[in-house]
Design a protein around this ligand. Structure first.
Ligand SMILES: Nc1nc2c(c(=O)[nH]1)N[C@H]1C(S)=C(S)[C@@H](COP(=O)(O)O)O[C@H]1N2
Ligand SMILES: [Mo]
Length: 432
């Protein structure tokens, strides 16, 4: 094709008649709202780990000022983390088609020449690199963490956390520059009546815009004939998002919706043949826990506090007052269980055994597990004090299965799944 420019730096190279300010603006405004919610729920999710409580909870010890917002995570409502993290993950996955369509709609801009016309223009283009790179990085790391065995070098948490700050800073700058135009573009189209059914024909009397930063430069100067209307293309993107939403959200809901979570590796209707009738994250086998470690004759819970250390067998624990609470498990990966019926000893009663009669302090929980990131966790005083917080021995009327943490595990209301340490060996009460 002799009339088709070879180089993407030539405006004529980009021929899709779909590109234009309206298409980009609609997608941009959806992302403006969606990414803001993702950022806020992401920061909230990080606060839920109580990283400012103890080094074991803190995955980003060098965060400095970026931790300014951290707060003590509450213990209610019990579905709190289920909701915030379910929203974060479901929304993130739902927005993938919107993000890709938005990037596609502006891709000619990445190739404009000259690369920078002025210092201001250079700065704007650098911020765009951070925006596009940061966005792709955040969505990629997030989806990989949820869907696959994590494959990035380094821990997910610092990468996703620092990446979020870089991405969101560039995002705020970009939104401040572009949102007013986007709102105006969408408003104008709505005022002028119906959405454009067909992309504007390549009218001979409208010359290509000369200013490459003008919104209309998104319009191809030599568009190919349309095969789908802009509205149709938008419907396609929306349909893709809806499909992802419907095949993801079930993992965070209960009941029949769980069957719809076709995309979720965990959290589906079939708990993987799991014992106790709900989902398993890491199995006992994976964690290296053997029956020899957990046998009644061998296993002892070591509880330390103000007045010293006590060692309790399972039988000792069963002689303490037993309490029940109905609580879900809600994983950072976005899946959660419906409420399960846990039974065991209150954490505050265990604190009382080692000298804390009134308000119990923080507790440092250690598992029998020898390796792995989630074998230890620190809980805040408000979490140990909550009467629903248990060292659980039973769930749903049965002994804990090996995979769910036999002989004893932590269950705390409203907290991320990682705080619910399985195969507990040691509790150390005291201010952390
Ligand atoms: N010792 C130990 N406890 C652990 C984990 C672990 O890897 N090791 N995983 C945590 C995570 S991330 C979650 S979501 C829950 C899952 O509990 P379940 O497998 O009983 O559903 O256990 C938590 N407790
Ligand atoms: Mo988890």
């Amino acid at each position: 094709m002799s009339d088709h420019p070879r180089l993407p730096t030539s405006p004529g190279f980009w021929r899709s008649p779909l590109r234009g300010p309206w298409f980009t603006s609609v997608l941009g405004l959806v992302l403006l709202v969606g990414i803001t919610v993702l950022f806020v729920t992401g920061l909230v999710s990080y606060a839920a780990y109580n990283p400012d409580l103890a080094p074991v909870n803190d995955q980003t010890p060098d965060k400095g000022l970026l931790g300014f917002y951290l707060f003590a995570w509450p213990t209610g409502p019990v579905w709190l983390y289920r909701f915030t993290q379910g929203t974060h993950v479901t929304l993130g996955i739902t927005l993938v088609p919107v993000l890709l369509a938005k990037l596609w709609s502006v891709v000619p801009r990445l190739f404009t020449l000259p690369p920078a016309r002025s210092v201001a223009h250079a700065l704007e283009r650098i911020s765009l690199l951070l925006l596009v790179g940061g966005g792709l990085f955040e969505f990629t790391t997030g989806v990989l963490n949820v869907q696959l065995d994590y494959v990035f070098p380094g821990s997910f948490y610092p990468l996703h956390f620092y990446g979020a700050w870089v991405f969101f800073a560039a995002f705020v700058a970009h939104a401040a520059l572009k949102a007013p135009t986007a709102v105006r573009t969408v408003r104008r189209r709505m005022r002028e009546g119906a959405f454009p059914e067909r992309p504007a024909a390549p009218a001979a009397d409208t010359p290509p815009p000369s200013d490459p930063t003008a919104p209309d430069s998104l319009v191809s100067p030599r568009p190919d004939p349309p095969t789908v209307s802009r509205r149709g293309a938008l419907a396609l993107v929306g349909g893709g998002s809806l499909l992802l939403f419907l095949t993801t959200v079930g993992q965070s809901l209960g009941g029949p919706f769980r069957r719809t979570a076709l995309l979720a590796p965990h959290g589906t209707a079939d708990p993987g043949g799991g014992p106790n009738g709900f989902q398993i994250n890491k199995t006992a086998r994976y964690a290296g826990i053997t029956p020899a470690d957990t046998h009644d004759d061998v296993w002892r819970l070591v509880v330390t506090g103000r007045t010293g250390t006590v060692r309790l067998s399972r039988a000792d624990l069963l002689r303490l007052p037993q309490h029940s609470s109905s609580l879900p498990i809600a994983c950072v990966e976005g899946w959660s269980t419906a409420d399960q019926w846990w039974r065991g000893v209150r954490l505050r009663d265990l604190a009382a055994l080692v000298g804390y009669d009134g308000d119990p302090p923080d507790v440092f929980v250690e598992s029998l597990q020898r390796h792995g990131a989630f074998r230890r966790a620190a809980l805040r005083a408000n979490q140990t004090a909550d009467p629903r917080s248990l060292l659980a021995l039973y769930v749903n009327g049965e002994e804990l299965s090996p995979d769910h943490g036999h002989p004893a595990r932590i269950i705390v209301p409203a907290a991320p799944g990682v705080m619910n340490t399985k195969w507990v060996a040691r509790l150390t009460f005291g201010d952390l």
